[in-house]
Design a protein around this ligand. Sequence first.
Ligand code: TLP
Length: 350
Amino acid sequence: MRIVELRSDTKTKPTLAMREAMFAAEVGDDVSGEDPTVNRLEELAAEMLGKEAALFVVSGTMGNLSCVLTHCRRGHEVILGEWAHIYWAEVAGAAALGGISYRPLPNQPDGTIEIAGIAEGIRPPDLHYAQTGLICLENSHNRMGGTVLSLDYMAEVRELADRHGIPVHLDGARLFNAAVYLDVAVAEVAAYADSVQICLSKGLGAPVGSVVAGTAEFVARARKVRKMLGGGMRQAGIIAAAGIVALEQHVDRLRVDHANARLLAEGMATISGLDIDPDAVQTNIVNVRMTHDGPTAVQFETEMAERGVLFNTISDTEVRMVTHLDVTRSDILWALEQMTGLQTGRKMQV
Ligand code: TLP
């Protein structure tokens, strides 16, 4: 049966070029800094992100947690969006492991947090209050549908944070998607943050891994935190090699994923029971609502899975579809045909 995998861009399989690079990778013990392939990946990522240094980590979750633990002390409070992945889907790691509390603020549909809200959320230096230790942004914004924070917005947050002497961390799991959408170098977006986490294993297609970047001093401390979290890897060049291919070969092609997401959204806008504004789709994530007379999200997910089109429910009334390098334009057209067939059949039954 034909399968179109839209559950996540994490589902990509390594390309032949990645497998060859992994096979040929020169390796050493990365815990003592002796893996030349990991070192090369870290240098490349730091250069692309415009930062002094970078650190290879196992996952986006470990990258974000390492950064939060490096910026903050116990008792600090982190300002972030209520739909920030760090708050919503990373097992409250900073609270559980770091004694750090979160100050979640409402996310706007475009992924921003209102500047006035952040300003209000920053704690004054009162004896009773927690100290605001960090502001976290996410770009592109996963839960809000792959929306991109503008450079103007990033600059506003930076300016506010600087006025209060608070660092900014950027969860850039899909930062390259954001940069491609904005048509700027990824370093231009990262410039507004003190630390940034990028995922190699999402749209860039590597099988494993993320990178965090910042000043050399910050990264040296984050390296120690990574060790504490059990993230010191040995001959990690085997997986870092695929990460290098991801950064060298898979950035520009993200445009294809964005075009496919747009095509998918435009097609779904014409299918009964589904409610979507194709103009709201900016990158590779498509969130679709079910109309009140349409199927439930779970029903739609289950029935489409039976037809080979896989995606995830994100609420009672909403599903998420994600395009990536293992999904072609022809896959999108086929998926749309399946959806039209299902919805037309449903209407005829009524
Ligand atoms: N996102 C995944 C998971 O939620 C399953 C997905 O499918 O979108 N930041 C952002 C913005 C993310 O979207 C994710 C993962 C992470 C961090 C965490 O990365 P990993 O999964 O590598 O720990």
